[in-house]
Design a protein. Structure first.
Length: 386
């Protein structure tokens, strides 16, 4: 991957517009990457303008769609709740968000701009059931799931979850909001016979039954408590998948986030936790990637390059999306891997530079994406000139 505007050859320098929340750190990181490449400043198109149908695009712009998260007013419009910590409303969020992405693509195309990403891909990436089905059909190893794909029966509540776990012999499973992100609405459920249920989750339920996201993972230890949370989540759509026993690093459960840019695995971070969820905002911590490589080599199973190739195969299921974050799950012993999720906005890894041999050495995830656009522009100029 090239690092500066000179790589675009004699053609015009790309001009970026980014759909995002203006004060968000994601937008700031991307703006800095554009400046560092010597390109014209990225033009920010606020999500609120998009949602109020006031967004405009310019001919020739490359339009990046970034996360609408971390803005209370945008959340209110998308989910219809005044408190951004509320869990409910993810189905409404999904419907409004995917419609807004379609509107961005339509407005950009009409103006002669190009969207860096596919509305169809984004719609699948933000539905865990659809995404799981796409990966499974492509032969990408994923945890077993009774809710995978568009033909799966809907989960109407705890009774459906309980029956599904019994039928598919899943004493331990993750129950997730179909359209959730950042572990919102995720329960790690364990069963051990009739009435013996417990769940770890960041969901907090108040006295009136409303659900809130918390930064503290809590444990519900009765079937009545777990059932009440699941029943409250079910109207927004649920996804169930087998809870794979994860590998460990220094006594902590471990998994990885692998960023794939332009089809190549460019960045990797190890996430470790004392509990089943490794999300860094829930108390997870970054682990040691060199130790992971050593553990994989010592295990003698799937080699590190094969693990990265698995992430590239997952990303290839979404060929019109130039960057995704793949959640890679190492099973106990570091011999095998599976893909847990693929994230449309999985590139927020501050301070992380590219993997050796990836072509993104010395570049953060945002700079790598800018470089990929420059490389594409250079290649286009070369083909045109020939």
């Amino acid at each position: 991957m090239s690092r500066s505007v000179s790589s675009a050859g004699s053609g015009p320098a790309p001009r970026f517009a980014v759909v995002g929340n203006p004060d968000n750190r994601r937008v700031a990181f991307f703006e800095e990457a554009v400046r560092a490449a010597g390109l014209p400043p990225a033009r920010v198109v606020p999500w609120l303008q998009v949602l109020s149908e006031e967004a405009e695009f310019l001919p020739g712009e490359s339009v990046r769609i970034d996360s609408p998260g971390e803005d209370a007013e945008v959340e209110r419009v998308l989910r219809g709740v005044d408190d951004p910590t509320r869990v409910e409303g993810s189905a409404r969020w999904y419907a409004r968000f995917t419609a807004a992405v379609e509107a961005v693509a339509g407005a950009a195309s009409a103006a002669g701009a190009e969207v860096l990403g596919s509305p169809a891909d984004i719609a699948v990436l933000f539905d865990k059931r659809l995404c799981h089905g796409v990966l499974d059909r492509a032969g990408v190893p994923v945890p077993a799931s009774p809710t995978s794909g568009p033909a799966a029966a809907p989960v109407r509540g705890w009774s459906d979850v309980r029956e599904s776990l019994r039928e598919h012999r899943m004493p331990r499973a993750f129950v997730k909001l179909a359209h959730g992100s950042s572990a919102s609405g995720v329960l790690a459920v364990e069963t051990a016979g009739p009435g013996r249920v417990r769940a770890s989750t960041s969901v907090e339920r108040d006295a009136s039954g409303r659900l809130f996201n918390s930064l503290r993972v809590r444990r519900y230890t009765s079937e009545a408590e777990v059932g009440a949370v699941v029943d409250a989540l079910a109207p927004d759509g649920l996804h169930i998948e087998r809870w794979l026993p994860k590998a460990s690093q220094r006594g902590r459960a471990a998994d990885l986030r692998i960023v794939v840019v332009g089809g190549r695995a460019t960045h990797a971070v190890v996430r470790t936790s004392r509990g089943p969820m490794t999300n860094l905002h829930l108390g997870g911590a970054r682990g040691d990637l060199d130790e992971v490589r050593a553990a994989v080599a010592a295990a003698g199973g799937c080699c590190w390059r094969e693990a990265l190739a698995m992430c590239e195969r997952a990303a290839a299921c979404f060929p019109r999306t130039p960057c995704v974050g793949v959640d890679l799950l190492p099973t106990a012993g570091w011999r095998r891997f599976a893909v847990g999720e693929v994230n449309a906005f999985g590139d927020l890894l501050p301070g992380l530079t590219g993997l050796p041999g990836s072509g993104a050495e010395g570049l953060n995830t945002y700079a790598a994406q800018v470089a990929a656009v420059l490389d594409r522009a250079r290649n286009h100029c070369a083909v045109t000139a020939s």
